[in-house]
Write a protein of this length. Sequence first.
Length: 96
Amino acid sequence: MKKQPVQSATSLPPSPDEERRGRMLMYSLAMGIRMLCVVAFFFLHGWWLVAPIVGAIILPYIAVVIANTVRSGATAVVQRPGAVMPVPLTHAGEGE
């Protein structure tokens, strides 16, 4: 009988809570950078204002896309424990 490989806990995908937490951190980081762009309005003059204006307008879109993107893990396929044995199909009246 062929022995199945042991499933490692490190090859499992991240839990939904961990994955959601990572997305929330990325969203918060993008929105924090946006707040820095808004504060920069008060200190920059001339053409230097273009960068924070563009950042303040585009970063909310980027933050929402990042927050809504669910990453599929690049981990191995999780297999259920135990041996899975194929069951041959028999038709009615066969094998009598």
